[in-house]
Design a protein around this ligand. Structure first.
Ligand SMILES: Nc1nc2c(c(=O)[nH]1)N[C@H]1C(S)=C(S)[C@@H](COP(=O)(O)O)O[C@H]1N2
Ligand SMILES: [Mo]
Length: 253
C-alpha cells in the first residue's frame, strides 16, 4: 500500500474493499501506521474500527507480585434481594446457572458442575470507566466451553448476561458479541485472588471479558442467553449502563 495514500482514500478504499479487506488483510489491519491513520478520529467509522481491530488479541497478563493489594468493589456490593440472600445463606447449593436462548441444548448448571469444568487462571487489570484500575487474579471456565456444551446456534450473535441484582432499582444485565464470547480470556470466574469469589465481587459467578471496561464484567450472573438481536432486552442498547446513560456497548480497551 502506497505511503502517500490519503487518509480519506484509505478509509474509503477500506470501506469499499469490504469483505475482501477484512478477510485477507489482518497484516495490514495490524500495521501500526495503518492503525494510526484509521484510528485517528476524523470521520472515524466505529464499525470499521471494530471490524479491523484484532479482536483476538490478548489483554496483558501480569505476575502475582503485580497484583493490587486491594481490589475495590463497585456498583452493587451485595444484591440483598430475598432470593439472593436465601441462595447465599445456603452457600449457593441451590443456585443454578441457566444457559438458554439460541442453543440446541439448554443447560442448568450447579456451582459444583461449573467448578468441575477445566478452568483458566489469569492475572489481569480491571479498568473502570470511572477512572480506577486494579490487578487481580481470576479463575473459572472459558465462556466458550460452556457455549460449546450448549450448542450455540448459527443465528446467535450476542450473549446476554442477566444478573441477580437490581442497581438503583433496575435489573443489571450486559451483553457481548460472539467474538468476545469465544475469546480465550473471556471466562466465568468463580474464584478471585485464590479464594472463592466473595459477595462484593459477584458471587457465585461473574463474567471477565478482559478486552473491555469494567461495566461489561457482569457480576452475580444468573442466566446466559444467546440471541440474534439486542432489541427488546432492557431498553435495547445491550446493557444496564448503555441503557441508563448511553455508555458505549462496545467498551474496548
Ligand atoms: N451485576 C452487576 N455487575 C456489575 C456491576 C453492578 O453494579 N452489578 N458493576 C460493574 C462495574 S461499573 C464495575 S467497575 C465492575 C466492578 O467489579 P468489582 O466490584 O469486582 O470491582 O462490575 C461491573 N459489573
Ligand atoms: Mo465500572
Amino acid at each position: 500500500m502506497s505511503r502517500i495514500i490519503t487518509r480519506r482514500a484509505l478509509i474509503t478504499s477500506a470501506a469499499v474493499g469490504g469483505a475482501g479487506l477484512l478477510a485477507g488483510c489482518d497484516k495490514v489491519a495490524n500495521d501500526p501506521n495503518f492503525r494510526k491513520i484509521l484510528f485517528s478520529g476524523e470521520k472515524m467509522n466505529l464499525g470499521l474500527q471494530r471490524a479491523l481491530s484484532n479482536r483476538h488479541a490478548l489483554a496483558p497478563e501480569f505476575r502475582p507480585d503485580q497484583m493490587s493489594p486491594r481490589f475495590r468493589t463497585n456498583g452493587t456490593r451485595n444484591p440483598n434481594t430475598p432470593d439472593y440472600t436465601a441462595m447465599l445463606a445456603a452457600r449457593f447449593a441451590h443456585w443454578r446457572l441457566q444457559v438458554g436462548g439460541l442453543v440446541t441444548r439448554p443447560l442448568s448448571l450447579s456451582l459444583a458442575q461449573i467448578r468441575a469444568i477445566p478452568a483458566r487462571t489469569q492475572i489481569t487489570r480491571h479498568d473502570c470507566v470511572e477512572g480506577w484500575s486494579a490487578i487481580g487474579k481470576w479463575h473459572g471456565p472459558m465462556l466458550g466451553t460452556i457455549l460449546k456444551a450448549a450448542g450455540l446456534r448459527s443465528d446467535a450473535r450476542y450473549i446476554v448476561f442477566t444478573c441477580a441484582d437490581l442497581f438503583r432499582g433496575r435489573n443489571y444485565y450486559e451483553s457481548i458479541d460472539v467474538i468476545d464470547a469465544f475469546h480465550p480470556q473471556t471466562i466465568l470466574a468463580w474464584a478471585m485472588n485464590d479464594a472463592v469469589l466473595d459477595v462484593g465481587h459477584g458471587a457465585p459467578l461473574r463474567l471477565r471479558v478482559e478486552r473491555q471496561l469494567g461495566y461489561k464484567h457482569a457480576k452475580y450472573v444468573m442466566r446466559i442467553d444467546a440471541v440474534a438481536s439486542l432489541a427488546g432486552i432492557g431498553k435495547g442498547k445491550g446493557g444496564y449502563w448503555e441503557d441508563a446513560v448511553d455508555y458505549d456497548w462496545y467498551a474496548g480497551i
